[in-house]
Design a protein around this ligand. Structure first.
Ligand code: HEM
Length: 177
């Protein structure tokens, strides 16, 4: 055993049981010295003063979310089933702002949506509209096209899509044609 290994072993022993400097520990010093020194730096996912990198930040913040939603509404504007549902159409700007704000908030961005609109209660807010499987699939079709325009790294794309797909399925409130 070299001297440096011995030192490493002593350090580990001191760290593992502070204050015990007995014979038995010295005798065991060869065993831990063979293992590589691994430092595990615990970084919690979220701490009160330093939020972890959010998806919102990772994929480009406001600019990216707004692009996603604007592209989505380009599709909605051509959709004969979805477009008539929008109370303010042909003006979709309000809808664009609301969906952008909601998605930003959901993915860890600013919570402007809730400040302006209160609790999302999305299922409840969609009750006035006939969200059947056809409407859902159209919504998803336009959203898939919009997401493609972002060209996100595959893992981020998959995570966003899994959420959007699940959320759209959860929004169905009728099976009437
Ligand atoms: C499944 C098919 C869906 C249809 C047909 C649909 C349709 C609509 C319509 C017609 C509105 C009212 C537009 C407006 O804000 O003036 C609306 C609002 C909204 N939708 Fe959807 N939606 C669908 C799915 C979703 C999903 C999956 C989400 C979230 C991931 C979502 C998020 C929102 C939000 C945040 C609003 C604004 C709510 C508010 O603050 O008033 N929608 N949707």
């Amino acid at each position: 055993m070299t001297e440096s290994e011995n030192v490493a072993g002593d350090e580990r022993a001191a760290g593992a049981s502070a204050g015990s400097e007995n014979e038995a520990e010295g005798a065991n010093a060869t065993e831990p010295a063979k293992r590589p020194k691994i430092r595990i730096i615990a970084k919690p996912a979220v701490t009160p003063d330093a939020p972890a990198d959010s998806m919102w930040e990772l994929i480009g913040g406001r600019t990216t979310f707004e692009k996603l939603v604007r592209e989505f509404y380009v599709g909605v504007a051509t959709d004969e089933v979805l477009l008539p549902m929008y109370p303010e159409q042909p003006d979709l700007e309000g809808a664009i702002q609301r969906l952008t704000g909601f998605l930003e908030q959901y993915w860890g961005g600013p919570n402007t949506y809730s400040q302006e609109r209160g609790h999302p209660r999305l299922r409840q807010r969609h009750m006035p509209f006939k969200v059947n499987p056809d409407a859902r699939d159209r919504w998803l079709h336009h959203m898939r096209n919009a997401l493609d325009t972002l060209e996100l790294p595959p893992l981020y794309d998959a995570e966003m899509w899994a959420y959007l797909d699940r959320a759209a399925h959860a929004m169905v409130n009728t099976f009437d044609e």
